[in-house]
Write a protein that binds this ligand. Structure first.
Ligand code: AMP
Ligand code: MG
Length: 339
């Protein structure tokens, strides 16, 4: 893979090999970790700078992704998030500044979307995962019972002692829609602090860049894949320090009794979101791009696009299920498209 041209992994391609790779232009090199597994997906960090700086930055950037996975994964029993999920109904659980702030931000996205985005979605995620395994559609009673344990208004965040509490038993936080974008921001920050002059972090299609790629390339370019044909690049975007994230139902879903159910669930219907096949967001930070790609997927085309037009420095590319060849652009996307 060349340093300056990346492809958002829609159907995730397994790239083997964990050795650092280098691309040279004079004394400035780009060091590329290659794709390695973390946060339930594949991640790649590229750091640009003098040799030793680029090498140490790439490794430290990647280590930051792993650190955040250890803290925020709901799969790992030892994570800070899992402790909250275990104990927060019984007692207040004091948490790190980092987790507290991410939960506060999550609640802001819930308010922005009228509850469409919700980090307390865990019980519904569990129910639909089980439905996928057993190939049995949940009953209305099961859906209602899970929904009763979902709701950001039942999440009690106390800034006084930085604690988390659940108002209802059986609640479960799931940071799957926002933690990757946050991790990308943190890794970029580590690259900057380490003295890199440019870089790129790609965590399962959540991408952010800064500075310039190595050599005569002027900008970081991101290719968006055609949802119906993974070999075809539908659009090439110039990123210039921005972040991009894609949420899509062709990426992750379960089949239940012949029905495809998106991994993104609508708290209002208690079912998979259906209106959009793919939502790509361009924003200044990975966190915003990640949170908004999920948010707009749940809100649907009209409300989602209206939200994006209202927010500064935010653009969207939407694809509807029956119109894969007619992507819908928010008003500023044209400035990013490379003809
Ligand atoms: P993303 O790929 O960033 O759109 O995130 C999808 C993941 O977010 C899912 O796999 C769930 O873990 C979680 N999720 C699903 N539905 C929602 C929702 N309505 N609000 C917040 N997170 C969600
Ligand atoms: Mg997201």
């Amino acid at each position: 893979m060349r340093a300056a041209r990346l492809i958002v992994p829609v159907v995730l391609v397994v790239v083997v090999g964990v050795g650092l790779r280098q691309y040279q232009a004079g004394r400035i090199v780009a060091v590329d970790t290659g794709f390695r597994g973390t946060m339930g997906t594949w991640a790649q960090v590229i750091a640009v700078g003098p040799n030793a700086v680029a090498e140490s930055c790439a490794e430290k950037g990647f280590a930051e992704l792993v650190r955040i996975d250890e803290a925020m994964s709901d799969f790992k029993e030892t994570s800070e998030l899992s402790k909250v999920n275990r104990d927060a109904f019984r007692e207040k659980v004091p948490v790190s500044e980092e987790l507290f702030s991410l939960l506060q931000t999550s609640v802001e996205y819930s308010r922005l979307s009228d509850g469409g985005f919700d980090v307390t979605i865990g019980p519904l995620v569990d129910l639909w995962r089980k439905a996928g395994r057993t190939n049995t559609t949940p009953t209305e009673a099961q859906l209602a019972a899970a929904r009763a344990k979902v709701g950001y208004e039942k999440l009690i965040l106390d800034p006084a002692d930085r604690s988390v509490r659940f108002a209802v038993e059986g609640m479960r936080l799931d940071l799957g829609a926002i933690a990757k974008g946050y991790a990308v921001d943190r890794a970029i920050e580590i690259l900057r602090q380490g003295g890199a002059v440019g870089g790129m972090v790609n965590l399962g299609g959540n991408i952010r860049t800064f500075g310039r790629p190595v050599g005569d390339k002027r900008n970081w370019r991101i290719g968006l894949r055609d949802p119906t044909d993974p070999n075809h690049i539908q659009l090439t975007l110039r990123l210039d320090g921005w972040a991009v994230a894609t949420s899509g139902d062709y990426e992750r879903f379960v089949f239940v009794e012949g029905q495809k159910v998106s991994h993104i669930l609508d708290p209002a219907t208690r079912r998979g979101a259906t209106g959009l096949t793919s939502v790509t967001i361009l924003a200044r930070t990975g966190l915003e791009a990640d949170a908004l790609s999920t948010t707009v997927t749940v809100m649907g085309k009209d409300k989602g696009l209206a939200l994006i037009e209202r927010l500064p420095d935010t653009e969207a590319i939407l694809i509807e299920p029956d119109k894969p060849d007619e992507p819908i652009f928010s008003s500023g996307v044209k400035d990013f498209v490379i003809p």
